[in-house]
Design a protein around this ligand. Structure first.
Ligand code: PLP
Length: 265
């Protein structure tokens, strides 16, 4: 097929921009491209950011965010949506409203709240909106440990406690949950835990000693890319975890601090 007649599936990221190119929309588009998926973006927030931290955040008017999302759905065959940083309750509600028109498109929800550098990426009062309006719409919810603790309102420990938390997270209404294990102390392993209505698994991998930035964004967009290519959620999550592991091994250091992961297959 020539380049002009080829129709790769499209995936849409609704997320924040990272001016440093390590996380957010920039990581998502690199990841989509690495999977052969056409990347669309609706920018929900802008950050002034480098590898050492976030220096400013700007949220666009919600009507403009809505215009971006609608423009993508008006022309492209959107096969999956990834949601990342949403910044405010108003933005969460605008995204939920826009997606009501597209009930069949799978959504990967990365409940971005705090950056690795410590910067706050979601207002405190937006947590309720996320629970009410977006979590029930998610096919795959991908919290890290601090995000899962905020969603459940309790601390989570390793082993059986994390397994209990996984079930409790799914009870919030998402069709499936991938609880990322990077922040848990489980020896020299990282254990990512997945559950949906019929499948439960724990994925174990040796811990890589990398002060990485953008790994969560890369994982959720890799899962969205795999869903856009036709995988079911459990398969997409396993493939996404393997992808992040590979790109972390090949990570590079473009600025003075945290490394970025490189989008490639
Ligand atoms: N900046 C933006 C725009 C993001 O969406 C995210 C995470 O999703 C981050 C920063 C934080 O990434 P990390 O925690 O990997 O530093």
């Amino acid at each position: 097929m020539s380049q002009l007649t080829a129709r790769p599936p499209s995936a849409l990221t609704i997320a924040g921009s990272d001016s440093g190119g390590g996380a957010g929309i920039q990581a998502d588009l690199k990841t989509f491209a690495a999977h052969g998926v056409h990347g669309l973006s609706a920018i929900a927030a802008l950050t002034a950011q480098h590898t050492r931290g976030v220096t400013a955040v700007h949220a666009p008017p919600v009507a403009f965010l809505r215009a971006q999302i609608d423009a993508c759905f008006d022309d492209f065959d959107v096969r999956a949506v990834k949601i990342g940083m949403l910044a405010t309750a108003e933005i969460v509600e605008a995204v939920a409203d826009a997606l009501v028109l597209h009930p069949d498109v799978p959504v990967v929800l990365d409940p971005v709240m705090i950056a690795t550098s410590g910067a706050k990426l979601l207002d405190d009062n937006a947590l309720g909106a996320l629970r009410t309006h977006l979590i029930p719409r998610a096919h795959v919810l991908t919290p890290n440990l601090p995000e899962a603790e905020l969603l459940l309102g309790r601390r989570i420990g390793a082993g059986a406690d994390a397994e209990g938390a996984l079930a409790a997270l799914r009870a919030l209404g998402a069709r499936s949950v991938l609880l990322k294990g990077g922040h848990l102390d489980e020896g020299d392993q990282v254990v990512d835990r997945y559950t949906d209505a019929s499948t439960v698994f724990a994925h174990r991998a040796p811990r890589l000693d990398i002060d990485g930035h953008g790994t969560g964004c890369t994982l959720s967009s890799a899962i969205a890319a795999r869903l856009a290519l036709g995988d079911d959620a459990a398969t997409a999550c396993r493939a996404g975890i393997d992808y992040v592991h590979r790109v972390m091994r090949d990570a590079y250091r473009p600025g003075r601090s945290m490394v970025s992961v490189l989008g490639h297959l």
